[in-house]
Every structure is written in structure tokens, then in C-alpha cells.
Design a protein around this ligand. Structure first.
Ligand code: NAD
Ligand code: UGA
Length: 459
């Protein structure tokens, strides 16, 4: 097919790679290029072993790569050749200077803006795909406005709402596509050019347009709302554990109210992932900046509750195991921040491992996909940890299992067999409430779910 239209994405990470793979698949008439400064990553995108694990991604990349999907490190050339440019670089929490630990680190975004400015020879639509503080588009416009050779730039905001583990499904069938622009003739024209790409597979009714600040803010607010639900149900889980109420029953009952809805009400060890904490703290920083300390405190409480939940889970382990973990072997089932991803960024498992090591426990980590990342996260303490992919082997000889990631495989294991190889009394701490607690108890385990009565064999 004639690929007369061209799209570029700068940043070949968890968002850039899958998003462009879906656009290339759904729009065969477009030539899609993805560039990155990280050569190793681009080599991996061009190989049989992609740099990220995402169900369905391998097939999409295999079928589109070399046809209308290209991965490259030649950023300058790509900027010259493409007039629609998505920017999907990382925007981590700043760890230095003013706003350290809260504000977004925008240095990568700014580097990209300056690079576009330097190499652009024709008008460009520059699209914020990264999650950014409100008003970032203004900064981009001001930087891009400083070109001496009369090139015109239009900046759009098009935040991404995909979740890892379901990225391809989310991209192929999104709840909505959000496009924010300046409400000028030029802004609206640019907005239309972007909408036209998505309209190849997304119904027009789901393509929402807004003013550019609403768009930037909505992304932060969506993550705040989602994370807020988790912190709320986790707060309720603590009350349940004190009162013999069952958080799964409470969530079901509450979620049946159509005004509340049933999704995102699974009590857990706490949320992880690269974005919830980062984006909420970014919102907190913005509120402080705009002189809204009460709002900032309210938003921040969602992160504080999440820290409390992780700590509470660990203290439950310590208390249940007679207040000493020294020399005890504890096996982690799962290290990824959620199932169906190898991503371990901000995984609650990192917190649990460090706490266990502080107590001088021996730690054995099992996970079907995330062991390579776990080794990197824990490189400073690796000598004290074993990594064992097979869960039966990992649990053998252990005093306790902590289930931290809801991989399907952990539901299907033979827990009778596992129990027979463990030190007694044997404990299971189910940080995801995915096991059949009664049957684990009947096998002989002492079982500690989240937000449900524990089941122990002690008088
Ligand atoms: P990532 O770290 O996986 O990927 C970002 C990529 O940008 C990296 O490969 C990095 O090398 C590259 N990069 C940095 N500076 C560059 C430069 N100057 N030129 C070229 N490439 C450069 O990050 P991610 O998880 O894909 O997230 C990207 C953005 O999308 C963030 O703002 C994030 O908040 C947002 N987001 C992420 C998700 C998610 O599920 N991960 C979902 C929605 C939104
Ligand atoms: C989240 C949002 O769901 C996406 O819409 C958003 O685009 C993305 O952040 C982002 O901006 O990066 P993600 O972090 O990939 O996606 O995964 P989620 O499914 O949201 O899970 C986040 C964490 O919350 C995980 O640790 C998960 O286990 C936990 N969680 C989720 C719960 O503890 N309980 C729940 O009910 C749901």
C-alpha cells in the first residue's frame, strides 16, 4: 500500500512502542517510525526479543515491522521526514533541586523540543503523549516559537490511558481518545489531523476534544481517581481486619451501586507501577504551586494510604510469624507490580523484600516474567536473595509464602504439594486475595488474606 502519510514517535518505551504498533497495524497507509536515544532498546525492538513484555505485542510488531513500522536511533532524520510527531518520553519524579520527590522531571521533554526545533524544516504537529503537568504545552510552544527559520509548530495534548498488561486491548478498544488543543483555527485544524488517524479504528463518538489545559489536567485527574479508589478500599480493608467483615463482600456490595461501579475495588498490598504515585505527587506539587494547600493534602493522602497499606502488610507478616523473621525463609510469589507484565517499577514487592532483609529473613523471589528486572532493582542486596522461577522449587523449605502479584499461575498450583515441602508452621500471606483461602487452611497453612479474617491453626 502507498504510505504517503508519515508519523513519528520519539520515545520507544512502554507507551511509545505498543501505541505505534497499534497505529501501524490499524493504519497501513501510514509509515510509522519510532525513535529513541537508547540504542539497546531500539536493537531489541528490531529483534525477536522485544524490550517489554505485553500480551499480543509480539504478533503486532512482527507483522508490521519492516512494512510500515520502523524503529531507529536516527532522530534528526526522523524529525526532518515527519510532520506529525508524538512525544512519549519518560517524565519521572524529579529527584533533585526544587520540587525533588514531587514535581515532574521535564528535562527529557525539553531536550526533545529543542531537538525538534533544531532539525525541523517544515511545519510540524507536536503531540504530548507523555503525562505532563498542566501548562507544559505553553512551555513547549514558547521553546518551539524561538525558531529563526519561520517553521510553524502546533502543540496538541493527547494523553495515553492504557494500562500495562492490557495495553494492546486498551489501545485497540479505548474508552476514549482525548485530544486537547488551542481553540484557535490552527489548533482545531491540528486536532482534526490527529483525530483522523484515530478514526481509522476508534468510533468518532469516543474521540473527545477539549481545551489543551483540560486535556493535560484530565490525565492526572484520571490517575488520581483510579488510585483513590484503591486507597479507599485498602483503608476499608484495615477496618475489615479489625471487625471480621470481609472486604471482598463489602467491595461487591458497594460496587453494585451504579454510581460507584465495581471496577478498581480490589483490596491489595497497595498499588505500584511507574505512574500512579508519580502523577499524584505531580498533582500535589501543582496544587501547592497554585496556592491550594488543602487540595494538595487531600490528594497526597492517597499516596500516604498506599504507603501505610504496604507497611501494614509487612507488619502482619512479622506479627503472625511470632515477631521474628531472622533466619526464616520467605518466598515471594510474584515481583511484577501487577500480572501480565515484567515491569517492576514501584512494585510493592521491592518494599516487602527490603523490609524482610532488614529483619534478617532469607528471601526467595519467584515470578514468571519479572526476575530480570527484580535483579536490577535489588542489585545492591543481590547476595542475600535467591531468584527461582519455578514456584514449587522456590517455596521448598520456606516458612512462608507472600503472594504479591496476581499471576493466574499462582491460582492453579498444587498447594498440598507445596505445603508438604515447607517448614511448619507454614504461612501464606495473600496480598491479592486470589487464593482459595479455606482450602489452603484445610491443607494446613495459616492463611492471612487482605481485609478478611485470617485462618490459623493456633488456639
Ligand atoms: P519509558 O521509560 O518506558 O519510555 C520512555 C523512553 O523515552 C525511553 O526509552 C527513553 O530512552 C526515551 N527518551 C528519553 N529521552 C529521550 C530523548 N531525548 N530522545 C529520544 N528518546 C528519549 O516510559 P513509558 O512508561 O513509556 O512512559 C512514557 C510517558 O507516558 C510517561 O510520561 C508516562 O507517565 C506516560 N504513560 C505511561 C503509561 C505506562 O503504562 N507505562 C501509561 C500512560 C502514560
Ligand atoms: C494505570 C492506569 O490504569 C492507566 O489508565 C494509566 O494510563 C496508567 O496507569 C499510566 O498512566 O501509567 P497501570 O499502572 O499500568 O495503569 O496498571 P493498573 O491496572 O492501573 O494497576 C496499577 C496498580 O494498582 C497495580 O499495582 C495494581 O495491582 C493495583 N490495583 C489495581 C489494585 O491494587 N487494585 C485494583 O482494584 C486495581
Amino acid at each position: 500500500m502507498n504510505q504517503e502519510k508519515r508519523i513519528l514517535c520519539i520515545g520507544a518505551g512502554y507507551v511509545g512502542g505498543p501505541t505505534m504498533a497499534v497505529i501501524a497495524t490499524r493504519c497501513p497507509q501510514y509509515r510509522v517510525t519510532v525513535v529513541d536515544v537508547d540504542e539497546t532498546k531500539i536493537t531489541a525492538w528490531n529483534s525477536d526479543r522485544l524490550p517489554i513484555y505485553e500480551p499480543g505485542l509480539d504478533d503486532l510488531v512482527r507483522s508490521a515491522r519492516g512494512r510500515n513500522l520502523f524503529f531507529s536511533t536516527d532522530i534528526r532524520r526522523a524529525v526532518k521526514e515527519n510532520d506529525i510527531i508524538f512525544v512519549s518520553v519518560n517524565t519521572p519524579t524529579k529527584n533533585f533541586g526544587a520540587g525533588a520527590g514531587m514535581a515532574s522531571d521535564l528535562q527529557y521533554l525539553e531536550q526533545v523540543a529543542r531537538m525538534i526545533l533544531e532539525h525541523a524544516e517544515s511545519p510540524k504537529i507536536v503531540i504530548e503523549k507523555s503525562t505532563l503537568p498542566v501548562k507544559t504545552a505553553q512551555a513547549l510552544e514558547r521553546i518551539l516559537g524561538c525558531n529563526g527559520h519561520g517553521v510553524r509548530f502546533d502543540v496538541l495534548s493527547n494523553p495515553e490511558f492504557l494500562a500495562e498488561g492490557t495495553a494492546i486491548r486498551d489501545l485497540e478498544n479505548p474508552d476514549r481518545i482525548l485530544i486537547g488543543s488551542r481553540e484557535t483555527d490552527r489548533g482545531i485544524k491540528a486536532r482534526e489531523a490527529l483525530a483522523e488517524i484515530y478514526a481509522n479504528w476508534v468510533p468518532r463518538t469516543r474521540i473527545v476534544t477539549s481545551n489543551i489545559w483540560s486535556s493535560e489536567l484530565s490525565k492526572l485527574v484520571a490517575n488520581f481517581f483510579l488510585a483513590q479508589r484503591i486507597s479507599t478500599i485498602n483503608a476499608v480493608s484495615a477496618v475489615c481486619e479489625k471487625t471480621e467483615a470481609d472486604v471482598v463482600e463489602v467491595a461487591k456490595i458497594v460496587g453494585m451501586d451504579s454510581r460507584i461501579g465495581s471496577k478498581f475495588l480490589n483490596a491489595s498490598i497497595g498499588f505500584g507501577g511507574s505512574c500512579f504515585k508519580k502523577d499524584i505527587l505531580n498533582l500535589v506539587y501543582l496544587c501547592q504551586h497554585f496556592g491550594l494547600p488543602e487540595v494538595a493534602d487531600y490528594v497526597e493522602s492517597v499516596v500516604k494510604m498506599n504507603e501505610y497499606q504496604k507497611e501494614r502488610f509487612f507488619l502482619t507478616m512479622l506479627t503472625a510469624m511470632f515477631n521474628t523473621l531472622a533466619g526464616k525463609r520467605v518466598c515471594l510469589f510474584g515481583f511484577a507490580f501487577k500480572a501480565d507484565t515484567a515491569d517492576t517499577r514501584e512494585s510493592p514487592a521491592i518494599f516487602v523484600v527490603r523490609k524482610l532483609l532488614e529483619e534478617k529473613a532469607e528471601v526467595i523471589i519467584s515470578d514468571p516474567k519479572a526476575l530480570e528486572n527484580a535483579r536490577k532493582d535489588l542489585s545492591d542486596v543481590n547476595g542475600r536473595i535467591q531468584y527461582v522461577e519455578d514456584p514449587y522449587e522456590a517455596a521448598a523449605g520456606c516458612h512462608a509464602i507472600a503472594l504479591l502479584t496476581e499471576w493466574d499461575l499462582y491460582r492453579e498450583l498444587d498447594y498440598r504439594k507445596i505445603f508438604s515441602t515447607m517448614s511448619k508452621p507454614a504461612f501464606i500471606f495473600d496480598g491479592r486475595n486470589v487464593l482459595d483461602h479455606k482450602s489452603c487452611f484445610d491443607i494446613g497453612f495459616n492463611v492471612f488474606p487482605v481485609g478478611k479474617p485470617s485462618l490459623t491453626h493456633f488456639a
